[in-house]
Design a protein around this ligand. Structure first.
Ligand SMILES: [Zn+2]
Length: 338
């Protein structure tokens, strides 16, 4: 299927009637914060009909029923194990800022639509933490803390859903095996999908899958270059490419599970998405920042927070700030030299 064919049915969608106008307005409140993958299909206005295409029917349905608009976002998978990038294993100011942003996004919708909106954070950490080097117990502590932050900070529009919610088990390997048996593609199918994303006639989903694969490989290589690593760069690249394929295969299985559990929800993503994609890429902290809270640290630059890798904040001589419990929270930059 070509890109044009994918878009054709969506571009026929035109806003008619007050409910459709309302749904478009509400969706544009989210689209204005989107993360757009730059490609020949890039677009700019927040009311781009092609960007709205896959999501508008879901928003419209909620509006017609007078119900809360529901979004799902696979995110907050656990802190990177790379200490050059993050402060520790638990959520810190970077996560707090991202959670606040997501809650505010729902408040923006509520200002125009009284039933409001909710975002269900579907953490995909448990789905692939064993591949990316996050220990199960660290992830458990991270997930628990995210839930507590939502409570303590009074973020009423947010809730969480993860693999542990579906099945209570201490044996996380068997949880992952069950998920893959029910929802996983074969390794061959998965590789073929990634490769199709690099071709000229790829669909937005295939393009995103390929980008996701490249990004995951980059992160995995970066995280394995710790002091004392004895493997050659070539050997690491090869190992990380194989791991990235498996991260993607598991991620996609999680995506299928979420779609089954929340068929009415608009699917958000933390990854930049092409115009017309079934997933809507959303920023978390700051407009131009492509890092995520779990791959970086929050740096207070006076007017707002930005994300950067811990190593960079330290090089800039930013001051480490502790939270009320005495745990590292974020950095403060006195003199701004970004
Ligand atoms: Zn667009």
């Amino acid at each position: 299927m070509t890109y044009a064919e994918v878009l054709a049915p969506q571009s026929k969608l035109t806003a008619r009637g007050p409910e459709e106008m309302k749904a478009k307005k509400l969706l544009s409140e989210v689209i204005r914060f989107r993360r757009m993958a730059h490609s020949e299909h890039s677009c700019f206005p927040a009311d781009c009909p092609v960007c709205m295409g896959p999501h508008l029917p879901k928003v419209l349905q909620a509006v017609q029923k007078g119900e809360k608009i529901r979004f799902v976002l696979p995110a907050f998978p656990g802190k990177s194990p790379n200490k050059a990038k993050v402060l520790g294993v638990l959520p810190d100011m970077a996560e707090k800022e991202a959670l606040k942003f997501l809650n505010n996004l729902c408040d923006r919708i509520k200002a125009h639509y009284s039933p409001g909106a909710e975002i269900i954070i579907c953490s995909d950490g448990r789905v692939f933490n064993d591949i990316v080097g996050i220990r199960d117990e660290d992830l458990t502590a991270y997930q628990k803390e995210i839930g507590q932050l939502i409570q303590k900070m009074g973020l009423k529009n947010l809730s969480t859903f993860d693999l542990d919610t579906i099945e209570k088990a201490e044996d996380y390997d068997s949880l992952r095996t069950d998920l893959m048996e029910k929802y996983g593609a074969s390794p061959e199918e998965n590789r073929a999908k990634v490769k199709r994303g690099a071709q000229d006639d790829a669909t937005p989903e295939e393009i995103e899958t390929h980008r996701h694969y490249l990004g995951t490989t980059r992160f995995l290589v970066e995280d394995s270059l710790f002091p004392g690593q004895t493997k050659s760069k070539n050997a690491l690249q090869k190992e990380c490419r194989a791991k990235a394929y498996e991260v993607l295969r598991r991620s996609n299985a999680w995506t299928s599970l979420i779609a089954e559990y929340f068929p009415e929800a608009v699917r958000l993503s933390i990854h930049p998405q092409a115009c017309g994609s079934q997933k809507l890429g959303i920023q978390l902290v700051g407009a131009s920042n492509w890092l995520t809270p779990w791959h970086g640290v929050a740096v207070d630059i006076g007017s707002n927070f930005v994300l950067m890798k811990r190593r960079r904040a330290e090089k800039l001589n930013a001051k480490l700030i502790l939270d009320s419990r005495g745990e590292p929270s974020h950095f403060k930059l006195e003199k701004i030299e970004l």
